[in-house]
Design a binder for this molecule. Structure first.
Ligand code: NAP
Length: 270
């Protein structure tokens, strides 16, 4: 299927590792130019080189420009500068992935107000910031796809993830409401809600669990997969395939939705 993404410009936040990296690799393979944004310059450089190689592998030398941008999604000035560089070097973004690290784990009793404020800035405010910066240009050009990465916590509270379970639904409400406001321009706004996937974040979680409990890597994973009807964790590239489809021309009639990719973990009927 031709996804119609060749020559498009993508801004991928949280782009150096995990889901963001996987989406960037797939977009490069589709012939899109990719701006990758994350804080740590080293992982950013490595991933940018990988993404450039992937574009060249599929499309030959010279194809698929990649622009690494060291910035924090919670910092307005840094985001403005990143968008200005993207626009100057690759053109205005047609595709936006709203993504970063998740808020920290913890139960209600563990979290003070400063943890709530920081999680709001990272999870909700950064999505608002990015959409404020990028969506008006998309509307003006009457072309654009926004995809936000949220979590299954939108549908079902996750044990020990109080911050995610409370704040992610707000991002879905933003997606739904914004999608209605911009629909007349043909711009779509959607979310994907992943369950457990093997990304660098989950690898860190596995290591921490091993240290805390003395369990083996296999035992930690087995504990999680018991709750997953498909009996395994997802791969980052599987979620990336879904995101890239939602960004494609083929998904032009889908907006305001949240697509769950969780191996069947969420038990609700809808
Ligand atoms: N993996 C899962 O199973 C899973 C399940 C449900 C939901 N999610 C959610 O999906 C999102 C991505 O998760 P992941 O597993 O791909 O995480 P990951 O492997 O840790 O990757 C996170 C990426 O975001 C960047 N990042 C983090 N904080 C940032 C900030 N303030 N500004 C800019 N970039 C930032 C990281 O680079 P730097 O640290 O260098 O900035 C990295 O590139 C998170 O919100 C997570 O909670 C993940």
């Amino acid at each position: 299927m031709d996804l119609g993404l060749a020559g498009r410009t993508a801004l991928i936040t949280g782009g150096s590792r995990g889901f963001g990296r996987a989406v960037a690799l797939r977009l490069a393979a589709e012939g899109a130019a990719v701006a990758l944004l994350a804080r740590g310059p080293e992982a950013l450089r490595e991933t940018a080189a990988e993404v450039a190689r992937e574009g060249a592998r599929v499309h030959g030398a010279g194809a698929g420009c990649v622009l690494p941008l060291a910035a924090d999604v919670t910092d307005d000035a840094q985001l403005r500068e990143a968008l200005a560089r993207t626009t100057a070097e690759l053109g205005p973004p047609d595709l936006l992935l709203v993504n970063a690290g998740g808020p920290p784990a913890g139960n209600f009793a563990d979290l003070d107000l400063s943890a709530w404020e920081a999680a709001y800035r990272l999870t909700v405010e950064s999505a608002v910031r990015l959409c404020r910066l990028v969506v008006p240009g998309m509307v003006e050009r009457r072309r654009g796809r926004v995809v936000c990465i949220t979590s299954v916590s939108v549908y079902q509270p996750v044990e020990n993830l109080m911050l995610s379970s409370v704040l992610r639904p707000a991002v879905q409400a933003l997606v739904r409401t914004l999608s209605l406001e911009v629909a007349a321009s043909g711009v779509t706004v959607n979310a994907v809600a992943p369950g457990f996937h093997l990304t660098s974040a989950v690898e860190r979680l596995i290591t921490r669990k091993q240290e805390q409990t003395g369990a083996t890597r296999e035992q930690v994973i087995e504990g999680w997969t018991r709750e997953i009807p498909l009996g395994r964790l997802g791969e980052a590239d599987e979620l990336a395939a879904l995101v890239v489809f939602l960004m494609s021309g083929a998904a032009g009639y889908i907006t305001g939705q949240c697509v769950v990719a969780d191996g069947g973990w969420v038990r609700g009927t809808f």
